[in-house]
Design a binder for this molecule. Structure first.
Ligand SMILES: [Fe+2]
Length: 420
């Protein structure tokens, strides 16, 4: 009698324990982001279909027998879908250090995943990242480029909007995107690659002039951004900053965002490298008004008038643009003219995993140094000396363009802001 009761309790225990165990391993995908300094923090995010599961992350220095440390995070439903998002921010990490991590109620028996914090100083080693946008017309293209990104073994990825083409409505697209990233964007030795994200029109119902968060529920639900808004700065110690901008998807270009940009640049004059990133391009390759250049689109003109003079006044490393589904590299540009001495190079135009479009005929757009309809990503290496190496690489791994910049930022030059 006693034995059969014990057996009953044992079986009951298995039944009760099973959902929790499944919820820990049966995930749609995990992704790493940053809310604060990437030299000492990491935000671990994962999505599954289980309402009742833990939001606890376990971590320890990679390959050691250290006691696992835990961090309890937050959980919410990615409404209006039923996807379950969990995230925990790990802080107080050692710079330049590899960590094993996993999520679950109890410490893992074996390490599931690992990440690496960024080095403390610019001089410690070259920093590598990949950049691109406009990722998901076809899952096979997304998978291929994510795998290409992982194979390059970058420190992180900068993804400039139109990630899953969910339009704030199709959560299933995010399932595809999350699975692809988790499965394919891995370094050759299995490391998970963190991402820095910008908002694009396909994150937003209607594409432009959306309200936050209701018109972009999945973007804001999946990504914990500073101050819950789509423009923000991310500082890597004192050597690298990204200024992520919202090209009118949920925030007007003029006004508060431009004022913030001015202040953000002012506060970062001593940062070694600095890259603005946004979705809609100032110097595009497509979507031209009839009979004019893409750069004469009214939104591009307003961005050029409000943002570009600030880039020039403070100096930047280069600018990343997206949306037009081609490859492009501009000549150095200052005050809306080619300026090989002090100009800024704009890199784009977002063709990670989408159908490409057409580019202006050679010589038709004065600002384009190289443009072609080709899916690609940028592979960027920041050398401690200040030299920046930029390579354009397609899904087959062919390096088809590149440029070497010999200083960390363009020299600060005041530019006229009116009438250009
Ligand atoms: Fe777009």
């Amino acid at each position: 009698m006693l034995r059969s009761s014990l057996r009953f309790l044992f079986v009951l225990g298995l039944i009760i324990a099973a959902p929790a165990a499944d919820a820990q391993s049966d995930d749609i995908g995990h992704y790493l982001t940053w809310q604060r300094d990437p030299t000492t923090t990491m935000t671990v995010n994962w999505v599954n279909l289980y309402e009742d599961a833990t939001a606890r992350v376990w971590y320890r220095a990679r390959g050691t027998a250290e006691e696992w440390r835990s961090q309890d995070g937050e959980h919410k439903t990615l409404r209006p879908s039923v996807l379950q998002v969990r995230r925990a921010e790990l802080t107080g990490l050692q710079p330049g250090t590899a960590y094993d991590f996993a999520w679950g109620e109890r410490p893992p028996e074996t390490a599931t995943h690992w990440f690496r914090t960024m080095p403390a100083e610019a001089g410690d080693r070259p920093v590598h990242f990949v950049a691109g946008g406009d990722m998901l017309h076809r899952a096979t293209w997304l998978d291929a480029m994510n795998a290409r990104a992982g194979a390059l073994d970058p420190d992180f990825a900068v993804l400039g909007g139109d990630l899953a083409y969910a339009d704030g409505r199709r959560a299933t697209n995010w399932v595809t995107w999350l699975r692809s990233w988790a499965d394919h964007a891995r370094s050759p030795d299995g490391r998970s690659i963190p991402m820095v994200v910008a908002i694009g029109n396909h994150e937003v119902r209607g594409g432009y002039h959306g309200r936050v968060p209701e018109d972009a529920p999945y973007f804001h639900g999946l990504f914990a951004l500073p101050q819950q808004r789509a423009y923000y700065a991310l500082d890597f110690g004192d050597y690298l900053s990204f200024l992520i901008l919202d090209s009118e998807h949920t925030t007007p270009i003029e006004g508060a965002q431009t004022e913030w940009l001015q202040q953000a640049l002012q506060e970062r004059t001593s940062q070694h490298f600095l890259f603005p990133v946004y979705h809609w391009p100032i110097y595009g390759t497509d979507k031209a008004p009839s009979g004019r250049l893409p750069s004469e689109h009214e939104r591009s003109i307003r961005m050029r008038q409000h943002w570009a003079p600030l880039f020039e006044r403070h100096g930047v490393s280069a600018v990343f643009e997206n949306d037009h589904h081609n490859y492009k590299r501009t000549h150095p540009i200052r005050a809306h003219e080619r300026d090989d001495e002090t100009g800024i190079i704009y890199l784009g135009d977002g063709a990670w995993g989408v159908n490409t479009r057409t580019v202006p005929a050679p010589g038709a757009a004065w600002y384009l140094a190289h443009a072609e309809p080709r899916r690609h990503l940028f592979h960027v290496t920041l050398h401690p000396t200040g030299v920046i190496n930029v390579e354009a690489i397609d899904a087959q791994g062919v390096r088809f363009d590149g440029i070497r910049l010999h200083r960390a930022r363009t020299p600060p030059v005041d530019a006229p802001t009116v009438g250009r």
